[in-house]
Design a protein around this ligand. Structure first.
Ligand SMILES: C[S@@+](CC[C@H](N)C(=O)[O-])C[C@H]1O[C@@H](n2cnc3c(N)ncnc32)[C@H](O)[C@@H]1O
Length: 264
């Protein structure tokens, strides 16, 4: 009796071990729907309850513990390591980040806007490549995320190159001229909620914040996806658009960035 009970327990533990350490990680690496459900709905909530902290707070602690203060590259590598080995997070990530880096270097913008800061990963990534004198304006409407992002930006030593504004893109875009004296943006990185991409570039157009040659770079155009935005930039005579194939951050699920040149 005791022996069969022990065998049952061992069998159950073995099944759980195989599920947790092999089957689930393999499934979430390759399936978009499972990846988002597992990382965002299950693991994040469970860890929030178990650790009585939020994912951005855990990410910030990893940076404060492991990254070199004042070294943006070390902050970026620490976040990537944390997201690959401890806990996934919705940063643009290292793979798409390399594409982002090459576009920022190519544009070398004098004025730059980011929609969607989250913990400041892409903000630090972009700001470290900006020419002297350029300030990146980044918008975030979640005050808890903005508070973490401020500390990560400060830790990376790039606070003089970044202006984090708390609020919704739809409210702030029309105020760019009044708040910052911006006439047009050379570079815009879109990485906020996906249903806002299209209304916000139309707003940027309406507010005349795009000039001939302005570059828009949009993340997650495949996963979770931005079909209305893609349809617009790929078919409008006002844009010349190109897709950069990659993967959803820290997974093998297809995702990519859409680079669109505003033609005026
Ligand atoms: C995918 S995350 C950004 C990730 C970040 N760009 C990175 O790569 O490190 C999207 C962020 O956009 C913010 N957000 C979504 N819609 C927004 C809006 N309309 N205005 C401002 N922030 C928004 C969310 O709160 C979230 O923090």
């Amino acid at each position: 009796m005791l022996l069969s009970f022990l065998a049952l327990c061992c069998g159950g533990a073995a099944v759980l071990y195989v599920l947790y350490s092999w089957l689930i990680p393999a499934a979430v690496q390759y399936n978009a729907w499972l990846a988002l459900l597992w990382h965002d709905a299950i693991v994040e909530r469970a860890l929030n309850i178990l650790t009585r902290s939020t994912r951005p707070q855990r990410l910030l602690r990893a940076v404060q513990k492991k990254a070199i203060k004042g070294d943006p590259q070390s902050v970026i590598s620490t976040i990537d390591y944390f997201c690959r080995h401890s806990e996934w997070a919705m940063n643009v990530g290292d793979e798409k980040g390399a594409i982002l880096d090459s576009v920022v270097c190519e544009v070398s913008p004098s004025t730059a806007l980011e929609l969607g800061t989250y913990c400041g990963y892409s903000t630090v990534r972009i700001a470290r490549l900006l020419p002297p004198g350029t300030k990146l304006i980044t918008l975030e409407f979640n005050p808890d995320y903005a508070a973490v992002a401020r500390q990560i930006i400060e830790y990376s030593g790039l606070q003089d190159k970044i202006c984090l504004v708390e609020g919704a893109s739809g409210d702030l875009i029309p105020k760019m001229q009044e708040l910052f004296g911006i006439k047009t943006f050379d570079f815009v990185f879109l990485d906020h909620w996906k249903d806002r991409y299209l209304p916000d570039i139309k707003l940027l157009e309406e507010c005349q914040l795009l000039r001939k040659g302005s570059i828009l770079l949009a993340d997650n155009v495949i996963c979770p996806g931005t079909p209305d935005y893609l349809e617009y930039v790929r078919n409008s005579p006002r844009y010349e658009s190109k897709y950069f194939k990659s993967h959803l951050e820290y997974t093998k699920v297809e995702d990519g960035l859409e680079k669109s040149v505003f033609l005026g």
